[in-house]
Design a protein around this ligand. Structure first.
Ligand code: NAD
Length: 306
């Protein structure tokens, strides 16, 4: 079988070496398409591939149509909004992600962003400590749980909201479940966003929720820019000069935000939550292992389009 790794933003060399070892060790061949600048190059490269590994690369219906022999596509990472799942399903292609493999990297960044915000965004002046403050976790998945654990280490009180995770599971992880999303925002001095971008969550965080946050609150977004209602974000930042917005994924209107709100807003120059050597390797190797297992035994453990 031919396994194509198509990465506009390539994996680290150690990850590629590891992927090659797994793929070739199982008797398959590996093809690499890195730093491609034209989507046509992806269409050509995928035309005879049986398996595809991508990072944030968009696997559109056009990509799927070009991939006549494709059986499986794996997004090396957690969020899978870059995969056209219906197009995969129509063609009987198994789509997977690699959940949990980059969670620690993202969780550490979220905490780093909290420290940055609590110390006046690294400008002179007196800051505050995280200890004793309330940290709200919006979505208690792989990343949210780790942020909760790290926050506990800083002596923070952790509250969490996730309609798909039981109150018992949240309590067992040392956090306090809240009854509603509104309550979560009312209680959180620091609110860390970990919801996936879905039809339900897109533009779901805006004025009505943020106006409930306590004085001096900070919203940390290491999830997706799409979950924020950007017009309403401007409105609340104008109205509440005490609130800060720190994000790993620049808003579409980031230049306007920077100009209007100065150090009260910050965006990573390029999304870097999962950009650690460890996460890169973990996600890449997991993707290769999932493909090998799928070809060997039909294993579909992390299938998204069931
Ligand atoms: P996950 O799948 O482990 O957890 C997602 C959680 O969201 C689940 O517990 C689910 O129950 C919950 N959820 C779904 N819909 C919800 C809703 N409407 N309200 C509240 N909770 C809801 O994913 P994860 O690994 O924790 O990652 C979370 C998100 O972070 C990903 O979807 C991805 O978009 C983003 N992410 C960003 C980076 C980065 O580089 N910044 C890296 C990894 C993940």
């Amino acid at each position: 079988m031919k396994v194509l790794v198509a990465t506009e933003k390539p994996f680290a060399k150690a990850a590629v070496d590891g992927i090659r070892g797994i793929v070739e060790g199982a008797g398959h061949t590996l093809a690499l398409l890195e730093k491609y600048t034209k989507v046509e190059d992806l269409y050509a490269a995928v035309s005879d591939a049986n398996a595809l590994i991508v990072r944030s690369d968009k696997v559109t219906r056009e990509v799927i149509n070009s991939a006549k022999n494709l059986k499986i596509v794996v997004r090396a990472g957690a969020g899978f909004d870059n995969l056209d799942l219906p197009a995969c399903t129509e063609r009987g292609i198994v789509a997977m992600n690699t959940p949990g493999q980059n969670s620690n990297a993202v969780a550490e960044l979220a905490i780093g962003m909290m420290i940055y915000a609590s110390r006046n965004c690294f400008t002179p002046g007196t800051g505050v400590e995280l200890k004793g403050k309330t940290l709200g976790i919006h979505a208690f998945g792989n990343v949210g749980r780790l942020v909760a654990k790290l926050g506990q280490g800083f002596g923070m009180n952790i509250v969490a909201f996730d309609p798909f995770v039981s109150a018992e599971a949240i309590r067992n992880a040392g956090a306090t479940p809240v009854n509603s999303i509104e309550e979560l925002y009312e209680k959180s001095n620091y609110l860390s966003l970990h919801i996936p971008a879905t039809n339900e969550t897109k533009k779901s965080v805006g004025y009505e929720l943020m106006k409930r946050m306590p004085k001096g609150a900070v919203l940390i977004n290491t999830a997706r820019k799409e979950v924020i209602n950007e017009e309403e974000l401007v409105k609340i930042l104008e109205e509440r000069v005490d609130i800060k917005y720190i994000t790993d994924i620049a808003a579409d209107i980031q230049a306007t935000l920077n100009e209007k709100f100065g150090v009260r807003v910050f965006a990573s120059p390029k999304k870097m939550g999962a950009e650690t050597a460890e996460a890169n390797i973990n996600a890449g190797l997991a993707a290769a292992n999932q493909i090998i297992k799928f070809f060997a035994t039909g294993d579909k453990t992390f299938q998204l389009n069931k």
